[in-house]
Write a protein that binds this ligand. Structure first.
Ligand code: ADP
Length: 507
């Protein structure tokens, strides 16, 4: 690679494994960083230094050192000091910078406790976004690209466009804003505007304001040079009233700068041939006995009867309205009429947690629930289950269906967002063509979900066909290389657009 082709990329995110994780964003940010590094680019990831880092298990804990950089930001008239710790990601050239500010980030959770967002979330993530700019400047990172992710970093493109526009170190910097989930927008009341350090005149419907509120995701979309979403189908959906969550008009207006890039998965971490969380390994060449051993161990761990010929469905998910738990509740008695087992892992809304625990209590030989966050169990469910449930209301990309495909566990999904882009429905034609990988339904309806699970159960009774579908899914390539290349193309478009903008400003 010529040095001029080598981009200096700063990837700013509110979570990244192995430092912090509440959902897919954490997997995506680090896996993308590693792949960009493999492609030869210089990558620095900047994340908040949460308490989760210090609580992580000793063996996972990377060595972190203090850079001794300190900076102070005026947060609505009050000076708040931050620091920066750093580490290298093992086996890569990716540098990770952790913005420390104990009052903001040393808390039991990342964003909320007991279902309530922290009241100062606007201050916390305006501080983080401003800190990213400060760190870029003071550590002379001279980024070509600042890649921002979700509302927590939505302020960055605006800062780059305004007070940082002409500053040394930012001459070539363009911004890319990735929308991982439009449901979370970082909406705050207007008196929080000074926390952004932006001129008050930007508090208008074309830039930072939405229905009277400060909206940090909208801010990112308005100012970024390029916008991406995490699947091509979701990129179309966010431009519609149904999927745009109130920002569809703005996204339609920016349609030519909007690209959908399907996430990859970390194929080193999610690999049934070498997964340390599993009691046995397996591969597409030799599925059993490894997968059968995983199934039996999962049944044992979850307290379900250890039977090998009963279809076992898994679900690993935040327990929220997005994920289709209301559909499951509506059709649970119909589903459980069949001889099936279901293993749930997740945390979230108390009503869904309570409901599933109640269901498990009523049907102890069919339903098992683990409420909590457990990385190992997530892997064991992906491996040990026969089918995987994702009846989501919306799903920007979704990672679990790709993990399932890789682990030979057939996904049952709704035809939306990234699910539509990654699972091929079983039907006579796709079976004949050898491309069927799972079960897909269209409407957000419990009847369709129940019918689709029944279709899966029926196919499960034809082991040869079932195994062929497993093999189709396991053979697919979900690695990040392809997605990372598409991001690099988007970065180059962002740089071009930034040059055009700079030229316009000079005229
Ligand atoms: P989302 O980002 O909307 O939560 P994704 O499917 O994109 O959904 O990613 C979810 C990620 O979080 C997956 O890696 C999944 O395995 C993991 N996950 C979700 N809930 C849990 C849990 N309770 N325990 C362990 N891992 C979980």
């Amino acid at each position: 690679m010529l040095s001029s082709d080598r981009l200096r990329i700063v990837l700013a995110a509110s979570e990244a494994v192995p430092f912090s994780k509440t959902g897919g964003l954490a997997d995506v940010s680090m896996a993308l960083a590693k792949s960009l590094d493999t492609l030869g680019h210089s990558v620095t990831v900047i994340v908040p230094d949460y308490r989760q880092l210090r609580l992580s298990k000793q063996e996972q804990r990377p060595d972190v050192a203090d850079t001794e950089l300190r900076f102070s930001l005026s947060m609505n008239g009050r000076y708040v000091t931050g620091g920066v710790n750093w580490t290298m990601l093992p086996d890569s050239g990716v540098k990770v910078l952790l913005v420390s500010q104990p009052d903001y980030f040393d808390r039991p959770q990342l964003y909320m406790e007991d279902g309530q967002g922290y009241v100062d979330n606007c201050a916390r993530f305006c501080f983080f976004s401003r800190a990213v700019m400060e760190v870029c400047q003071q550590m002379v990172l001279r980024p070509d690209i600042i890649h921002c992710n979700d509302w927590q970093t939505g302020l960055i493109p605006a800062l780059l466009h305004s007070q940082f526009a002409g500053r040394p170190g930012f001459e070539n910097a363009a911004s890319v804003m990735t929308l991982h989930n439009m449901a979370f927008q970082g909406r705050f009341w207007s008196p929080d505007m000074p926390l952004t350090d932006m001129d008050g005149s930007y508090f208008n419907m074309h830039h930072m304001e939405s229905w009277g509120d400060l909206n940090l995701l909208k801010t990112g979309i308005s100012f970024a040079d390029q916008i991406t979403t995490v699947s091509p189908t979701y990129a179309r959906e966010v431009c519609t009233a149904e999927g745009g969550e109130g920002l569809d008009a703005l996204l339609s207006y920016r349609r030519k700068d909007l690209t959908g890039i399907l996430n990859g998965i970390d194929t080193a971490i999610w690999n049934p041939e070498s997964d340390p969380f599993l009691p046995a390994s397996y591969s597409v060449q030799e599925i059993n006995p490894g997968k059968a051993v995983c199934k039996s161990a999962l049944q044992e761990r979850m307290g379900l009867p250890q039977r090998d010929r009963v279809p076992l469905f898994g679900m690993v998910s935040r327990m929220s309205d997005q994920k289709g738990f209301d559909l499951l509740a509506e059709c649970a008695s119909r589903l459980l009429f069949d001889d099936i087992q279901i293993a749930f892992l997740g945390t979230g809304d108390a009503r869904y947690e309570d409901y599933l625990q109640h269901l498990a209590h009523e049907h102890p030989s069919r339903v098992a629930v683990y409420i909590g966050f457990d990385e190992g169990l997530a892997h064991q469910i992906e491996a040990g289950a026969d089918g995987f449930l994702m009846p989501s209301r919306f799903e920007p990309c979704g990672l679990n269906q790709m993990y399932s495909l890789r682990y030979g566990t057939l996904p049952i999904v709704r035809r939306i967002g990234g699910l539509a882009d990654s699972v091929v429905n079983v039907d006579p034609e796709t079976l004949r063509a050898g491309v069927a990988t799972g079960f897909v339904f269209d409407d957000y309806s419990s009847t369709q979900l129940a019918e689709t699970v029944e279709r899966a159960v029926e196919l499960y009774r034809q082991p040869n066909v079932w195994e062929q579908v497993i093999k189709n899914g396991m053979s697919a390539d979900w690695s990040w290389q392809n997605s990372a290349r598409q991001y690099v193309e988007t970065y180059r478009r962002a740089i071009e657009r930034r040059h055009d903008r700079a030229a316009d400003n000079r005229q």
